[in-house]
Design a protein around this ligand. Sequence first.
Ligand SMILES: [Zn+2]
Length: 314
Amino acid sequence: MGTFIAVDIGGTQMRAASYAPDRLEPIKQKKIATLASEPGGFDRLIQVIEEVWPKDQPVEAIGLGSPGPLDPHTGYLLAPPNNPEWHNFPLAPNVEKHFGVKAYLDNDANLAGLAEYRFGAGKGHHDVLYITVSTGIGGGVIIADRLLQGYHGLAAELGHSIIDPNGPPCSCGHAGHLESYSSGPAIVKYVLGELEAGTKSSLKRGEALNPRDISEAAKSGDALAIKAYQRAGEYLGIGIASFLHAFDPSIIIFGGGVSQVGDLLFEPFQASLRKRVFHPRYLEGLSFTTATLGDDAGLLGALALARMMSSQNG
Ligand SMILES: [Zn+2]
């Protein structure tokens, strides 16, 4: 069996790495600026793959991870953010055509979940719920050792679960999605709204606030900042209660920057979750943990996808 190539197409960087069939340490690794809004993105992708291409080994398959929405069944990108050139773009088919090697595509959150399940915090579990809480909220679900992709390949957009159809606007344009309550920007927006309404706080109106400023204020005892994370955790518990009812995982793995605040978010989350599951059995033996692969999750997920698909198809 030959080498596998993994590619993680991020908002700012494209990373590529080559791997021996049974290893997690890359043989070669390269990165290049994505420059999503500039033309020539596909050429840059080909270039970064060529830089890690093995000289003396056949390549078995290429795994590609990208922000969605996309179709993993056809390998088409549908509408990646900030990249008009790649709307309805046959990414995996074009990579396949260029290199003459099978290429597989899935979205970054699904792949981070797949990576944590195969190589990280979820190792040994068969039913895994991965949720990343950051600028957006994304999900990856593994059921009975299979990555849930869905009929259109659009599973599992957990951040766009509807919490309240009359709720605040989501980044996707719809109202009241989980992301519009518990993501980093949602926490900031809530604080700014409260400051506007005259709520007293050590945080000041007009400052360019980020979730970290608010978590620091919360740790110094600022009541508004604490409430902002309590509210985010409360809604996260509402969302995840529904995910337990739908998927019944044995582990929930939290990725993304907002998850790194710890108990500030997790205590209200746990309390909210316990209150809302319709049977306590869901919580028996259920593990909660943070992701362990960090920035490598995207590449390792693309690697896991390439290995998984080539073993299923070969
Ligand atoms: Zn949404």
